[in-house]
Design a protein. Structure first.
Length: 243
């Protein structure tokens, strides 16, 4: 249902260095829906002076009955602004640089001339990607990264779960990914990792006093000696009850 934090790191590092993976790296970094990421145009992106970027999510791009449709986000809350920082900003820059390079060379792919339609994540001829074309490159990158093969939408689950495990409040995450209520975020998108359940034993007993710990260590050393080397009972360290 979602990558573990360790798997997410491996997948992200593989995707951000692959032209076909830019969209997946960005989805994992921001929690955007596949259709929202595919619907982004360059006029939705503003680079800030501090090195970050502001991305306006205004539309979604989907396929129904074999036809491509564009429309407003799934919910009113889906129409939102997302702040992008760190290497995810470089993913945007790399995607644009690749488009400019390909367009300048006027390369042809599959018999088609390059045509820049202004999408942030485009096909090799500059047109908008179809959402039903994402699974094959997603599977390839999962295999390259050595992680389970998931669907592109599960990157949104992964983002939510990883950030929640880091301590980000669920209401903040709900607003970030465009949900109208926190219940959906908590019930469907928040997956608990096994690593989060380590060390959850309820133990109200305070740590043993220093003297008891010292005696316990001495007993362990005696018990760990090879057979035939143990001192006699008379020479053994006194037990905690008699010392």
């Amino acid at each position: 249902m979602a990558f573990t934090p360790e798997q997410a790191v491996r997948f992200y590092n593989a995707a951000r260095l692959d032209r076909d993976g830019y969209v997946f790296a960005f989805m994992l970094a921001t929690g955007l829906r596949p259709g929202e990421a595919l619907g982004l145009r360059w006029d939705d992106v503003t680079y800030e002076a501090d090195g970050s970027a502001t991305v306006h999510v205004r539309r979604t791009r989907s396929v129904m009955g074999g036809e491509v449709y564009e429309g407003p986000p799934k919910t009113a809350q889906g129409n939102r602004t997302v702040s992008v920082t760190g290497s995810a900003v470089q993913v945007l820059r790399d995607s644009r640089a690749e488009q400019v390079l390909t367009g300048t060379k006027r390369l042809r792919f599959g018999g088609h001339d390059y045509r820049d339609e202004g999408y942030v994540f485009s096909t090799r001829v500059g047109t908008g990607k179809r959402s039903d074309s994402l699974q094959r490159p997603m599977s390839r990158l999962c295999e390259a990264a050595g992680v389970p093969v998931l669907s592109p939408h599960k990157l949104r689950h992964t983002y939510t779960s990883v950030k929640a495990a880091e301590g980000v409040p669920i209401e903040v995450l709900s607003a970030q990914i465009g949900h109208k209520d926190t219940g959906t975020t908590q019930r469907i998108y928040r997956h608990v990792f096994e690593s989060e359940r380590v060390g959850l034993t309820f133990d109200p007993v305070p740590p043993a006093p220093r003297e008891v710990r010292r005696i316990t260590a001495k007993v362990r050393r005696v018990n760990s000696r090879p057979a035939g080397t143990h001192p006699s009972a008379a020479q053994a360290d006194p037990s905690p009850d008699t010392e």
